[in-house]
Design a protein around this ligand. Structure first.
Ligand SMILES: [Fe+2]
Length: 241
């Protein structure tokens, strides 16, 4: 169990994170906690949730995710995850003193949706300005379900992603298929995408964090291979195709 990690092990994981731009740790959370949170998520979304983003964004970014912020609504069932002492120790080892938890966002994708195109969560020009995705899986992702997490190791150190096909396959890509209880830590500048969601609804929950002195709206501008998009204004800032 993750709870048995020593301080040396945590420092080793942080080093590995900074080399790769991501970490994937199975069995980090108990199945009991995952089942409780998954029930809350299913109760909230029901069978036919609607999209928040406008059609122009969805068609250009190929991103079809419906967000929910349970803690902002006073739902305390997710606190056991954000308060997990090992998650906090690992976050501190990666982000340094004074790091900040930004929010908890459940991301729901319906069966038959595109997933997410390759992107960086925020502009990568300043290496000190980034978000850390702390992705918790309350249900199994499987090859049959789809919705796998694609990452390109090391790309958090390489500046802006290149233009090109939005769902291109790369020889160096890693495909994560996280089971319930898995923790995935992902640097916001590391290229990532989500595979097509095929046979059922998919959820993951992001306990997003950031180093000290990073503004809460760090992810307002997302970088895709075809554009930079500002969520607060629903505006395409730069277009590359
Ligand atoms: Fe992302």
């Amino acid at each position: 169990m993750a709870q048995e990690y020593t301080n040396d092990a945590i420092q080793g994981l942080a080093k590995q994170f900074w080399e790769q731009g991501y970490l994937c740790i199975p069995h980090f959370f108990s199945q009991k906690v995952m089942q409780t949170c998954q029930s809350e998520i299913e109760n909230h979304f029901g069978d036919s949730p609607t999209f928040l983003h406008d059609d122009n964004f969805i068609s250009r970014s190929k991103t079809e995710v419906i967000p929910w912020f349970p803690q902002r609504e006073g739902n305390s069932e997710f606190d056991v995850i954000s308060n997990n002492s090992l998650l906090q120790a690992l976050s501190e080892a990666i982000l340094g003193e004074g790091w900040d938890e930004q929010y908890c966002m459940v991301m729901f994708s319906k069966a038959g949706t595109n997933g997410q195109a390759w992107h960086q969560d925020c502009p990568p020009e300043d290496p000190a300005q980034f978000n850390l995705n702390r992705l918790v899986y309350t249900m199994d992702v499987t090859p049959e379900l789809g919705g796998e997490v694609f990452v390109r190791p090391g790309t958090h150190k390489q500046g802006p992603l290149t233009t090109g096909p939005l769902f291109e396959d790369f020889d160096d890509q890693v495909v994560l298929v996280p089971k319930a209880g898995t923790l995935v830590l992902l640097h916001g500048h590391c290229w990532h995408r989500i595979g097509e969601v095929k046979s059922g609804n998919r959820v993951s929950t992001n306990f997003r964090a950031a180093p000290k002195n990073v503004p809460d709206d760090i992810t307002d501008i997302c970088v895709y291979r075809n554009m930079r998009y500002q969520f607060s204004t629903s505006e395409v800032l730069e277009s590359y195709s």
